[in-house]
Design a protein around this ligand. Sequence first.
Ligand SMILES: [Zn+2]
Length: 571
Amino acid sequence: MKSLVVLWVIFASVFSFCLDRQAFTFTKYDLDVRIEPEQQRLSVRGSLALRNDSASPQKNAVLQISSSLTWRSIQADARPLQFVSQSYTSDIDHTGELSEAIVTLPTEVAPGNSVELTIGYEGTITLDATRLTRMGMAKEQAIHTDWDQISRLSSAVRGVGNVVWYPVAMEAANLSEEGSLFEKIGRWKLRESNAAMNVKLSYSPANGGGLPELVCSAEGRGMLEAKAGVQKVLAACDFPRLGFQAPSFVMAEYVFLDAPQLQIFYREQHKERAEKFVQAAAAVAPFVSQWVGVGRRKALVAELLDPGAAPFESGLMLLTPLGDTDPKLLQIAMVHELTHAALPSDRPWIFEGFAHFMQAAYREQQQNREAALDFLGLHRAAVMDAERGGNSKSKDPSSPEQSLIATANEAFYRSKAAYVWWMLRDMLGDEALKKALASYRHDQDKDPAYLQRLLEGQSKRNLQWFFDDWVYNDRGLADFRVESAFARKASQDNYLVTVTVENLGAAAAEVPVKVEFDGGEMSQRIEVRGKGEATVRLATPKSPKQIVVNDGSVPEGDLSNNTYKVAAAAQ
Ligand SMILES: [Zn+2]
């Protein structure tokens, strides 16, 4: 027996050595998911369509699910297929491990061809933060991050990246390699964005009791179909395209509130808190609609029962504890969600980046530009880290994969993108940006230059240089330095100041140059090409004291060289 095990291990590892886990793209999921909260169980039957997108014929297919689930059957054309099931270490699942089935296909699948598989698997989904605790995170903290589970009281299960409850196939990702995990999951989502997924979730309570609500993050109608009469709870979750979402579901004895801007599922004792969400959404709705119009759909909020749970969003769904949050903070959160509802896009840097930009813009309306730039500044460390390559092992500065248009890295498509939107707004003004967005149609955004053309059409400016440096390529950041500043007294109350700004970075940007003098300041914008310099002249009423380039609106690697003391003006 022992030698058999040894052979088995060798066999399995040889097998996995020559496997191409990325060969197939999953193009269609049809899953019937039965949830048994009392047993913390899930059982799935359904079918998958896989298309061979590799260059060579494939005899094997890889299907991965959470290690807490077990493969029961894999068939093609109603005939069982041979498969080897092995455990595969990967942090794309909360358990830190996957049940990987290596399936022998009935015939070789030629490049470009597809195969349909009928599948069955089941198991439990319990609270498990192994992937975090094995890295040394305290369990108490880890379970507020990896809070997914099916349980009698409430169930909340996120998709790939947290719980692999639907089959995927990708190379192992490791949390301890910085950036590797999120980047791999991001790549998977981008690759699978055209997949259609139809999931039928159901729950049949064993013996009466209250019937929970079952909610999922799907697009379109039929999101909720709780049929209390037949003692069965059903939810049809149809994703015509997955987009960048991670299909997720929650189930608990929620109360449902359908407000004008959002739908919220909450626990009865948190009625007031739920109403605060509704009020916050109503308060920010005029601001959001000014920018991007009114959402065709509503944002969806569902309460997580663990008050310490980290919030999570996917598409239009926000899973969050309903805390006693400050109304102003709640408004900022709702700006993000309402922007998502009003501006659908398949491009993460537009969908997420613009939603983050909108939060900063709303801070400006709440308070002022400085507060907005402070808010934007919260993204700076993430951007810096990502640009230094700390976020990606294989970071190659010229790698097209890190351009905003192609990136799967959150630091880029959220944080850097928020800055890029802010710079565009500073350059073009609110009106041109709003008009361009009003004409944006996500289903027409096929060509990378689509948005650039819309913005150029409204602003009558050539933006090629900006999109080249910030969107189509990753040229890093700007890095400004005041190279020189001279002042000359032109008349009694008139000084002419000449400032030359150098950009040590490779990304061109338009940046404000501020001249400070006793009792006041003046500012002018200047465009400085990457590795270039530019000169600006200003007239000030008093002798200039100090020059400051960049008010924080352009992301920069080094902020320590942005201030320049001006020598006393020549007569
Ligand atoms: Zn978002």
